[in-house]
Design a binder for this molecule. Structure first.
Ligand SMILES: O=C(O)c1ccccc1NCC(=O)[C@H](O)[C@H](O)COP(=O)(O)O
Length: 210
């Protein structure tokens, strides 16, 4: 079975086309003002509308309130909550907005992974990212990797996504070592923060599928 690939942090139609053409199954749009990949709700909706139906559109938000979620949810297929949302908030967002919810969080140790799996059984998928440094302005999109061995010690749910510091050079090993069926990348397919590279996107998807 082909590994699902989410190219995250897309900001323009040209790179969206590259991602879709390369074979990405998911495309991600970040709505979080401190991010160099930030799109406001209108820009996000406009770009998401151009994605083909076969591609799953994911909105990435951080501790978003209902007003923001109401603005982005109709434009996408999945809401990725990438902040300090608690399990009850995940359940609330699922019920209120009628979209699958991915809970994303930074992990460092097997204990972190175990806690996430235990606490967020109600999420439609878990996205394991690297823990951001305390001083980092963003909880994700930092190009940082965690020790994938943390995943091996925990019974994982059926739907989870491997993320954090992946690139074309590492993704095949990451898939082989973790058994991931879905991977996510942002910095690893960029030339600079927020500036996607067509060549890196193509290389990443090819390596993930390889
Ligand atoms: O990408 C961002 O700018 C971002 C900002 C705030 C929260 C989440 C963000 N990205 C979410 C993603 O799904 C990223 O692809 C994921 O964190 C991995 O990023 P990277 O390590 O740069 O590949």
């Amino acid at each position: 079975m082909r590994v699902d690939v989410k190219i995250c942090g897309l900001r323009d139609a040209a790179m969206l086309d590259v991602a879709v053409g390369a074979g990405a199954s998911h495309v991600g749009f970040v709505c979080f003002a401190p991010s160099p990949r930030h799109l406001g709700p209108d820009a996000l909706a406009g770009l998401a509308a151009t994605a083909p139906r076969a591609c799953t559109r994911v909105a990435v938000v951080v501790d978003a309130d209902d007003a923001l979620l109401a603005a982005v949810a109709p434009a996408v297929d999945v809401l990725q909550l990438h902040g300090r949302e608690i399990p009850a908030r995940v359940a609330d967002v699922r019920a209120r907005f009628g979209k699958p919810v991915w809970k994303a969080a930074g992990v460092r140790t097997a204990a972190d992974v175990r806690a996430l799996v235990r606490d967020f059984a109600g999420a439609d998928a878990l996205l394991f990212d690297a823990k951001a440094p305390e001083e980092a302005p963003m909880p994700g999109g930092n190009g940082l990797r965690f020790d994938w061995r943390a995943l091996a010690e925990v019974a994982l749910p059926s739907r989870w996504v491997l993320s954090g510091g992946l690139d074309a050079a590492t993704v095949a090993d990451a898939v082989r070592l973790t058994g991931a069926r879905a991977v996510d990348v942002s910095s690893g397919v960029e030339d600079a923060p927020g500036v996607k590279s067509a060549a890196k996107i193509r290389d990443f998807v090819k390596a993930a599928h390889g």
